[in-house]
Ligand binder design. Structure first.
Ligand code: EPU
Length: 426
């Protein structure tokens, strides 16, 4: 028996949906907390399986971890031990790589399995390793997939990232807070999640300037203290509900958002012709006819503040309603198009050229229910958007991908009036 999500499409959505704390900030905040010498309290932690996995990793490092019912996480690293991180849970998610920077910073040594993550094509970590090397670390990779990274001492360095990688920027920052002297990361990523991690570390006593710009300056310190920190709202979860509302809302408010983080998405929705009103911490979407044709738009994914690759897959179903062709160019993960094959099973007409990182959505194709598979997290979100739009019943398999990154997705949608439920099937 396995669990699937089923959706009876075509229901109009009404009401208010509240966005949870950011997954991609949380998965870096949790490893960052072990850099402190005292307890850290984190508020607004999303209820997702990636968080459960990271809590298990903390326990394996002998860190005291407690989650309150209101999703406040208490992390006490006072008695932690730097044991090798080689259990299966490490290879389940990509974000386990943040323990590389955190443990290297704190203990000058880390042994860790190669991290896993969604299948989005080749996902190297060469830039993370280049940064650790520049700080003075030696790196060994064993045949059984374990990295040993160690440094007699970490020394501040000037590091230029060839690509402004989110993961590399955060990972190097985590190690550099305990390096001697100054580290400068140039061509750093500018995603909001990076600012959130820098804010947390500065509350602990780190000296990080420039987060949110492409130059990060980190002056190493001797010790970091405990602190309290609230996670920023999840801009991709927000984008997902905004897209669902754009497709199916009678009247929907998406609240607990930072509109600035969503400008690339909302400006595309305006081009499509969606009615909405943006206020300081919410978006109101109203009076959109789910059968109306939309103006065609093209999308190119870029690092922040450009159009987020993570919003590309949930956006695609809406483009099937355009009265013409729409081009999607993936500049971050050229092969992030597996959702398009699933959407084609639902009646879409999408041509994918992964060598070019391109999908052409031939619009004007009403969607119908079908059996489809969530090949990765945001593909799953895109299929839920499509299922809400489709005529008839959609069944989504491999929903563990969705549960990795969306807090109570089906529950929140039921509150908006969607017919969506989980079912055990053979
Ligand atoms: N890259 C390299 N070398 C590296 C690191 C990255 O070539 O050492 C390349 C990647 O292959 C990719 C580009 O640089 O082409 C950008 O990758 P980045 O490092 O920024 O991505 P990431 O840190 O691995 C995070 C999010 C992803 C999100 C990307 C881009 C987490 C845990 N993951 O990944 O989130 O797509 O940034 O914004 O924060 C998701 O939430 O669904 C997801 C996949």
């Amino acid at each position: 028996m396995k669990e699937v999500i089923k959706i009876e499409g075509g229901q109009r959505l009404n009401g208010t949906v509240r966005v949870s704390g950011s997954k991609n900030a949380t998965v870096a905040v949790i490893p960052a907390c072990i850099l402190a010498s005292k307890p850290v309290t984190v508020y607004g932690v999303p209820d997702i399986s990636d968080v459960d996995a990271l809590m298990q990793m903390l326990r394996e490092l002998n860190v005291d971890v407690k989650m309150d019912e209101d999703r406040t996480l208490h992390i006490d690293p006072t008695h932690m031990k730097n044991t090798p991180m080689v259990s299966d849970v490490v290879s389940k998610l990509r974000a386990s790589y943040y323990f590389m920077g955190a443990l290297l910073g704190k203990y000058k040594k880390v042994e860790i399995l190669m991290p896993g993550g969604c299948p989005l094509g080749n996902r190297p970590i060469d830039l993370h390793l280049k940064g650790f090397k520049a700080l003075g670390a030696n790196i060994h990779y064993s045949e059984d997939g374990v990295y040993t990274i160690e440094a007699p001492e970490l020394k501040g360095a000037n590091i230029f990232l060839d690509i402004s990688s989110v993961g590399a920027t955060i990972n190097i920052m985590l190690a550099a807070v305990y390096a001697k002297g100054r580290t400068i990361i140039d061509n750093a990523a500018r995603e909001p999640e990076i600012i959130d991690i820098a804010t947390l570390l500065n509350k602990m006593g780190a000296k990080i300037r420039g987060s949110g710009t492409s130059t990060l300056i980190i002056d190493g310190v001797e010790e970091l203290n405990g602190c309290m920190h609230e996670i920023i709202p999840d801009r991709i979860e927000a984008a997902t509900y905004i897209l669902m509302a754009a497709a199916m809302a009678d009247d929907v408010v998406v609240e607990n958002i930072i509109p600035k983080h969503l400008e690339a998405v909302t400006s595309k929705l305006e081009e499509l012709g969606i009615n909405m009103e943006v206020s300081s911490d919410s978006i109101h979407i109203f009076d959109n006819d789910p059968t109306a044709e939309l103006h065609p738009v093209d999308i190119t994914t870029k690092p922040y503040p450009g159009f987020a690759t993570d919003a590309q897959q949930p956006f695609t179903p809406l483009l099937t309603r355009a009265n013409g062709d729409c081009e999607v160019l993936e500049e971050i993960y050229p092969k992030r198009f597996l959702h398009c094959y699933e959407l084609n099973k639902m009646g879409a007409h999408i041509d994918v050229d992964m060598d070019k990182g391109q999908a052409i959505i031939h619009g004007g194709t009403p969607l119908h229910g079908a059996k489809v598979r969530a090949t990765d997290l945001r593909c799953g979100a895109g299929l839920v958007v499509a299922g809400l739009m489709a005529d008839g019943e959609t069944e989504i398999d491999d929903i563990y991908h969705i549960d990795r990154g969306y807090d109570n997705l089906d529950g929140k949608l039921r509150q908006l009036g969607a017919k969506i439920w989980r079912e055990k099937v053979e």
